[in-house]
Write a protein that binds this ligand. Structure first.
Ligand SMILES: Cc1cc2nc3c(=O)[nH]c(=O)nc-3n(C[C@H](O)[C@H](O)[C@H](O)COP(=O)(O)OP(=O)(O)OC[C@H]3O[C@@H](n4cnc5c(N)ncnc54)[C@H](O)[C@@H]3O)c2cc1C
Length: 375
């Protein structure tokens, strides 16, 4: 029986483990040391269709990733508290809404998951999401929210029932003649193949093997307000102008976020600057009777992985088909991550690799150095 190790138990690694356990009878182990993990820190918006990014392959991946949630929700029996078709509001200056509506009407031809498209006036927007002032918006009923942390708990509990080991250790890897060693504190295990889904840590993990990886860490902070508001379960997510979005969850939890900090490296400290930036950013959109800042507040802080062209990459490494990588998901990894995990599980199970329509060649992001280095 083939032995496969998945390194990284975020949204890619956990989803891949679930599908691999369904599609193949391999012997699977997941290693995860959840430090600064992006999935548990994330905001949870799944609504990629009105993105202005010009990278067509990325858009295809994001669109198909959003569509994949229909299958994922059924396969994993996701409850509404984890994955909710809440709809999404795009709150924008009134004069820009006709262009956004045109874009939505164009994109829905290829993406029926967008659902109903409605141009809302101020009072209709406020009726959908009472936290907001009366401001016009574009509403897509197909927008969704995912609670990343609860999603991982849910998948991990399924993996447990399938007796798949989930080892909470930071590991390093080492290539042997026709196998891989995975080393954690005091223990070495041997595997036939590896799936590396360690977010921005991919660079460090592969450096000793001589690979150069185009990845940088980006700090993201968001604020979590525990409010008494009820019922919040049918409130849509609101994508506002600027960096602060509002994401209401079913139990009165309201997220506001997130920052995109390129110079913070691996730092995970919550900062007063982020609090000010996010609360200032959202203030002009909130109804004057809503003072989120009066409620208990916590931070969620994580490290995203970014490539130079902001696009993710995934698949078998060109010179070694037993080594599969996935990283660089940036700000939209909740949208694309489960689908990438599914595609990679299919690769291991059936050697199917239909990845070209979603990304440039892997060699754009990963190449071999002449001499290995430590990081
Ligand atoms: C604040 C914030 C808000 C976000 N909001 C959204 C959003 O609204 N919508 C959206 O689509 N996306 C969002 N994202 C992006 C999304 O969360 C990420 O792109 C996605 O979760 C990345 O998943 P991943 O599995 O690649 O990595 P991660 O979730 O980071 O998981 C990688 C795991 O591997 C572990 N690991 C690394 N190296 C090792 C090692 N050597 N040994 C063992 N374990 C290791 C890490 O510690 C980590 O636990 C947000 C991200 C942040 C930070």
């Amino acid at each position: 029986m083939k032995k496969i190790a998945i390194i990284g138990g975020g949204i890619i690694g956990s989803t891949a483990a679930f599908y691999l356990s369904q599609l193949s009878d391999c012997q699977l182990t997941v290693f995860d040391f959840p430090q600064g993990q992006a999935t548990r820190a994330s905001a949870g918006i799944i609504a990629p269709w009105l993105s202005k990014r010009r990278n067509k392959k990325w858009y295809q991946l994001a669109k198909d990733g959003a569509h994949f949630y229909q299958k994922l929700a059924v396969d994993l029996a996701l409850p509404k508290t984890i994955f909710n078709h809440s709809g999404a509001l795009f709150v924008r200056p009134e004069e820009t809404l006709p262009d956004l509506l045109n874009l939505a009407n164009e994109r829905i031809k290829e993406a029926p998951d967008m659902g109903e498209i409605e141009l809302l006036n101020g009072s209709a927007t406020k009726k959908k999401l009472p936290l907001l002032k009366e401001m016009p918006s574009l509403y897509l009923s197909g927008g969704s929210q995912l609670d990343g942390s609860s999603y991982l708990d849910h998948v991990q509990s399924i993996l447990k029932t399938k007796h798949i080991p989930f080892v909470q250790e930071y590991v390093t890897i080492n290539k042997k003649a026709d196998s891989w060693e995975v080393q954690s504190q005091g223990q070495t295990d041997t595997f036939d193949a590896l799936l590396l889904a360690p977010g921005p840590h991919l660079k460090k993990l592969l450096a000793p093997l001589g690979y150069r990886v185009d990845i940088r860490p980006q700090k993201g902070q968001l604020l979590c307000f525990q409010t008494p508001f009820q019922p919040t379960s049918d409130w849509p997510v609101a994508m506002l102008e600027g960096e602060a979005d509002v994401i209401p969850f079913s139990n009165g939890k309201i997220l506001v976020g997130a920052t995109h900090e390129n110079d913070a490296a691996w730092d995970l400290t919550p900062t007063t600057e982020a609090y000010k930036q996010l609360t200032d950013g959202v203030a002009r959109f909130l109804d004057s009777s809503v003072s989120l800042m009066d409620y208990p507040t916590t931070y969620q802080v994580g490290t995203r992985a970014y490539t130079s062209d902001f696009a993710p990459f995934f698949g078998p490494v060109y010179d070694d088909s037993s080594l599969v990588v996935a990283s660089g998901l940036g700000s939209s990894g909740l949208t694309t991550g489960p689908y990438i995990g599914y595609l990679l599980a299919n690769y291991f199970a059936n050697q199917q690799a239909v990845f070209d329509c979603y990304q440039k060649s892997l060699t754009n992001y990963l190449s071999k150095r002449e001499r290995p280095t430590d990081c």
